[in-house]
Design a binder for this molecule. Structure first.
Ligand code: SAM
Ligand code: SF4
Length: 356
């Protein structure tokens, strides 16, 4: 049975025990501890980051993701600068403090072009800008920071090097080292965000405990954790890639386990921004987002992508909110957030910024 977690007691072994905990009364104590820590360190505001999925082209072959280059059944798109700006204006109108531009690792998104889009958003709106465009070279990251980008998101997906190498193949001649990129982002003055998927085939309880330790030692500004959701047109989804581990070591990607990881992450990293993710809202459409917010999370990323593109950004099937418009997402989220006694934060909502 797991012992209650004071900061200094968060060893890999105790984290793993909590990940395996099944006693509901004890889990209630974990939720309460995470919620209190969240309230004390980042307050009751829920900050909204408007997500714009600007391109679904990708050069990579990640075993888990529907956007992988090998998925020839996906129709590809790239948004124009004007389309992106329209979405950013909408983010401002809706009172969101940040816009997040996300895409596959798409070298068709030229360095200077992205810098120009960031400058235009900064010129026209008061929004903080986050980029999530994959493992771009240092020079690109430097140019985008120079253009005014505030934050960059790059999940390390799993801290288990063997599993990572299996599910996230290198590009020819270029070793994938997301930890090194996270360090470079910090050096460049970005707020750095990362995170992992939970329930990847071949992922152990112990390795997720190590992920949570890594969140703490990397001192991340934002940490996103969500369930792995199988996509049938990927090698992990159709089981053609995998590694054998004993069944009792495999961590599940169910709702309860994701809540445990969110709560433990809050306890390990009290002042980081932690989103209640779309993947969580996908496996519990009814109230997954609210449950995440009540167990340590303080951020939501409403989707601003125009519906005609949204359906093509299919990283996994049956994604939450795929048939909704930006306006519908705004209204729905406000109701959900107020329904649990919280309020929408104002301002950019950076780390340590408790305005609103
Ligand atoms: N290409 C960029 C990258 O990989 O960082 C950004 C876009 S990528 C679609 C964003 C995140 O989606 C990844 O970091 C990964 O954690 C998540 N993702 C991809 N496939 C997934 C799946 N099948 N289930 C859950 N999350 C998934
Ligand atoms: Fe491309 Fe990112 Fe999907 Fe990997 S996770 S295939 S890099 S979009």
């Amino acid at each position: 049975m797991a012992t209650m977690l004071a900061d200094e007691q968060m060893t890999r072994t105790t984290i793993e025990e909590w990940l395996r905990e099944t006693d509901e009364r004890r889990l209630e104590r974990l939720w309460k501890a995470a919620d209190e820590t969240r309230r004390r360190h980042v307050g009751d505001a829920v900050h909204l980051r408007g997500l714009i999925e600007i391109s679904n082209y990708c050069v990579r072959q990640c075993g888990y993701c529907g956007l992988r280059a090998g998925n020839r059944q996906l129709q590809r798109y790239r948004m124009s600068q004007e389309e992106i700006l329209d979405c950013a204006r909408k983010a401002e109108q809706f009172g969101y403090g940040t816009t997040v531009l996300q895409a596959g690792e798409d070298y068709g998104l030229k360095t200077e072009w992205i810098a120009g889009v960031v400058r235009a958003i900064k010129r026209e709106t008061g929004l903080a800008v986050t980029l999530s465009l994959g493992e771009r070279p240092f020079e690109d990251l430097a140019a985008w920071r120079e253009a005014g980008t505030d934050r960059y998101l790059l999940r390390f997906e799993t801290s288990d090097p063997e599993l990572y190498a299996l599910i996230h193949p290198d590009l020819p001649g270029k070793v994938s080292d997301r930890f090194a990129i996270l360090e470079a982002l910090k050096e460049l003055g970005y707020e750095a965000g990362s995170g992992v998927m939970i329930g990847i085939p071949g992922q152990t309880y112990q390795s997720v405990a190590a992920d949570i330790e890594a969140f703490r030692s990397l001192d991340l500004d934002m940490i996103g954790v969500g369930p792995y959701i199988a996509h049938p047109l990927t090698p992990l989804g159709d089981c053609s890639w995998g590694r054998e581990i004993p069944g009792e070591d495999q961590i599940p990607g169910d709702e309860l386990t994701v809540y445990k990881v969110i709560a433990l992450t809050r306890l390990a990293c009290p002042d980081s921004n932690i989103p209640s993710t779309t993947a969580l809202a996908t496996i519990n459409k009814e109230d997954g987002r609210e449950q995440g917010l009540m167990r340590g999370a303080n951020i939501v990323m409403p989707n601003l992508t125009p519906p005609k593109y949204r359906v093509m950004y299919e990283i996994y099937p049956d994604k939450a909110c795929v048939n909704e418009t930006a306006d519908m997402c705004r209204g729905c989220l406000q109701g959900r957030i107020e329904g649990i006694g919280r309020h929408i934060g104002s301002g950019p909502g950076g780390r340590g910024d408790q305005t609103g």
